[in-house]
Design a protein around this ligand. Structure first.
Ligand SMILES: N[C@@H](CCC(=O)N[C@@H](CS)C(=O)NCC(=O)O)C(=O)O
Length: 207
């Protein structure tokens, strides 16, 4: 397995971006040396630092630059990092497939429902019907995770990157309209992730 000390890694991210928190937390927990650069996504695209604009193919965070290779899309970044460093990638090819399955679920479910729900309860307003839809989907997603974790400490049993990625947005635990402790298995699982060596709260990790 390559030693991160010989690699040059820059991660561009932003404080309110759980998509940025996912690869940042993976590298913090895995002990992968990297340089984190904060981008203020509330400034217009044209006013963001030139170094970021040059590599941000979609204009969004996160962006990873690894030994000169530029990568966007948080879940693609994780697949790249797992392939390169092998950390938290499970103990078999089947487990790697299971992690990949959770990544695709996360992208379309909890990584979409929870941040939108939090955003429209905390920072902005939106149509009541849309808010109700976010409410239904986030609760369904929390129910699904709660069932999955009823007899396991982590999603695959052992801790893997699937836990980091599926937990990331939920670790923004300041959603005024969702009390995660109502989903007790999820709450205990988040506590287990928070107890891991290297863990940092999103505001601290992404400052
Ligand atoms: N599918 C992308 C989503 C990235 C994304 O939505 N980034 C947001 C922050 S969470 C962003 O950069 N928004 C600011 C902008 O588009 O200007 C991923 O997984 O990385």
């Amino acid at each position: 397995m390559p030693d991160s000390g010989t690699d040059t890694i820059v991660l561009y991210g932003s404080t309110q971006s759980g998509h940025s928190y996912k690869p940042r937390l993976y590298m913090l927990l895995a002990g992968i040396e990297h340089d984190y650069q904060h981008i203020d996504i509330f400034t217009p695209h044209g006013e963001r630092p030139e170094a970021f604009r040059k590599v941000a193919a979609f204009g969004e965070v996160p962006v990873l630059v690894h030994n000169g290779q530029v990568m966007a899309q948080s879940n693609a970044i994780l697949l790249h990092l797992m392939r390169h460093f092998g950390k938290f990638s499970g103990s078999s090819e089947t487990q790697l497939d299971e992690i990949t399955t959770w990544l695709f679920w996360e992208a379309n479910r909890i990584g979409r429902s929870y941040p939108n729900h939090r955003y429209f309860h905390k920072f902005a307003t939106c149509d009541a019907g849309l808010l109700n839809w976010f409410d239904q989907t986030v609760r369904a997603d929390l129910d699904r995770l709660n069932d999955e974790l009823s007899e396991k400490e982590f999603l695959l049993g052992e801790f893997t990157a699937a836990d980091i990625y599926c937990a990331a947005y939920l670790l923004y635990d300041d959603n005024p309209a969702i009390k995660i402790s109502e989903w007790s298995n999820v709450q205990h699982w988040l506590n287990r992730v928070k107890a891991l060596s290297g863990w940092k709260y999103p505001a601290e990790a992404l400052a």
